[in-house]
Design a protein around this ligand. Sequence first.
Ligand code: SAH
Length: 459
Amino acid sequence: MKTFPMFLTMAGRRVVIAGGGEQAAQKCRLILKTEAQITILASSLDPELADLHAAGKIGWDNTAITAQHFADTALVFIATGCPGIDSALHALAKDAGATVNVVDRPDLCDAITPSIVDRSPVVVAIGTEGTAPVLARQIKTRMEELLEPRLGDLAAVVGRLRDSAAMRLKPRQRRDLWRWVFNGPARDAHKRGAEREAAQLIKDAIATADFGQAGPAPVSLVGAGPGSKDLITLRGVQRLQEADIIFYDRLIDPEILDLARRDAERVYVGKAPGAHSWPQDKISGLLVAAARQGQRVVRLKCGDPGVFARGAEEADALTEAGIPFEIVPGVTAASAASAAMGGFLTERGQCDTLVLTTGRGEHIDDTPDWPGLLTQGRRVAVYMGVGTADRIEAALTTAGLAHIVEVDIVANAQMPSQKIAQCKAADLTQTINNHGITNPAILFLSHRKTAPVQLAHTA
Ligand code: SAH
């Protein structure tokens, strides 16, 4: 970030605008939305500024400008419309130690005005550091659609009721209350213009501490998808943003954790390289303990929580402790890998049975019956299969299928380091070695050639 967004306190502070024409008027309109005291430095004022001055809304100083004019200001805008004068005034303002914005001169700006979505007191500021104003406007348009025009009034009502809620409710309850307010009937009522009804609903909720929360919030077992930030579901993002504490696994992209609240606790419960995994009962114990403390718990798992993620064990432990849970599905690695190849998991007339397996049972000798699984019309997606590739190859060789079964290998699907390779089962280990393929990878086994696949590495 070359610039850092901050919200400046403006009430009662001085803002000086140098210039008396349209550019100055534009800045003036912007700052009039605040409670700052505006002074215009100009020898003359255009009609709009003159009217504002006459109405007592802005000050006007037409004396010769010195550094002193810029002293003790929250912000200075230089907007005379004349580049030479702007540069000279910029130097004076800097002498006075002011924070300066010079119109159309990013090189002279200490501060840039963002695109603003104003639902005061809710204000969204969008900046692109001058790289893409068009993008900033597009984002602004999206925000304008997303935030109903009256949202600021609702936020103001909430602001007025904060003390009352603080007196009656515990911090945890308050968080649930505000979540309910902005996500439930009060906001709906407010949106449709029933402002009094909305305020009454909130007051009643504070008085009765009843806003739809019964018992501990469910622990969310959330699927993060295969690793890239844009392949988590919207529901998953929502749960992350609500979470007080997040227990996350290996293979979770750090950018996904950035979607959570900044003050949410993040606890890594994955396997460190070369170390043992966390014992499953310890993880389950942590989930139960955090939920019992009244925290909103997210258990973030790669891919889908229902696929080779030991979700059932955690769910059992929660159920035993009387804590509800929900499963937020995610894009499982097989889907991600198949899509990465431009292929399809099932295909009418070609493949009507999809098998998801690990190639590893509970015991070391629990090898699946590969030839038995690999009948015509089936596709077998092998998770965690790189380490057992030699056994797959051996079993299919013994069964005489090694030259019939095709294998598609997708490592790090949907990530910049993605690699795709294809071979006959007879060449599986060699292909894995040649391509330097390591976990995480999915092996697809089937009797026929699947979708077009590059043998090359893709980045
Ligand atoms: N719950 C996860 C699976 C966890 S088991 C899911 O639904 O996808 C871990 C295995 O998943 C890895 O060994 C690998 O086989 C597979 N996997 C996870 N992410 C992957 C990715 N981005 N590309 C390919 N395989 C992946």
